[in-house]
Design a protein around this ligand. Structure first.
Ligand code: CA
Length: 236
């Protein structure tokens, strides 16, 4: 019996610059993706709702309706809410990136992008949205490199050595490990660890990340600072 070939996934590119669209289509097709494109936010919303692509590459710089508004509407609609979004951004637009992530975009790639990096980011986003991977959030034990986190026992160890974390640090680590590779804004991380804790009043996520990194030792380097945006946990 022959196993069927893996289903080709469809990527919708929302971008008004035709040469960039061509480069993206060429690279995506070459790497086994089918592509759709739209040269405005309005059209992008229509195509997304009609065709339900597996992923959307969304340029933030679009005529009339900008990418942030497109992102807001994609996330606001029941039909398109679940489609992963990777934003294409320009240099020096950290505030827009933070807003886009807050609106629910999954990741971003700054222009000019290398096709290799873009594909790596897209594949990571698709992996994270894989239903099998999502099941991980129900399991008690999470592993990443030398770090093991046991949610049921509320224990963290690095290379078998137990590490004492505060409740906030523990929640922060679990959040980052569950969604490794994804960049979070400081506000998103703050919301993730909100609890009956001093954390909320302190409003300083950087202090908690700093403490967490120190306690993890070498493994603390897996928590990356994304300048002007927030934090990301390395995938391996
Ligand atoms: Ca554009």
């Amino acid at each position: 019996m022959n196993t069927p070939p893996p289903k080709r996934r469809t990527v919708l590119v929302i971008e008004d610059e035709t040469d960039i669209v061509e480069v993206l289509k060429y690279n995506l097709n070459k790497n086994g993706f089918d592509t759709l494109s739209a040269d405005s936010g309005e059209k992008g919303l229509e195509v997304a709702a009609a065709r339900l692509p597996d992923l959307i590459l969304l340029d933030l710089m679009l005529p009339r309706m900008d990418g942030l508004e497109v992102c807001r509407r994609l996330r606001g609609s029941e039909r398109t809410r679940q489609i992963p979004i990777v934003m294409l951004t320009a240099k020096g637009t950290e505030a827009d990136i933070v807003l886009g992530l807050t609106l629910g975009a999954d990741d971003y790639v700054p222009k000019p992008f290398s096709p290799v990096e873009l594909l790596a980011r897209m594949k990571a986003v698709l992996r994270r949205n894989d239903p099998a991977r999502k099941d991980e959030s129900h399991s008690d034990i999470l592993k990443l490199g030398p770090i093991t986190l046991d949610a049921a026992r509320h224990e963290v160890s690095v290379e078998g050595e137990q590490v004492q974390l505060t409740l906030s640090e523990f929640k922060l680590l679990r959040h980052l490990m569950l969604r490794r590779g994804r960049v979070f804004t400081r506000d998103q991380l703050l919301n993730a660890v909100v609890g009956p804790d001093v954390f909320v009043t302190e409003r300083n996520i950087d202090v908690h990340v700093g403490a967490l990194r120190r306690k993890l030792g070498e493994a603390g380097k897996l928590i990356l600072t994304v300048r002007g945006v927030g934090y990301r946990m390395e995938e391996a």
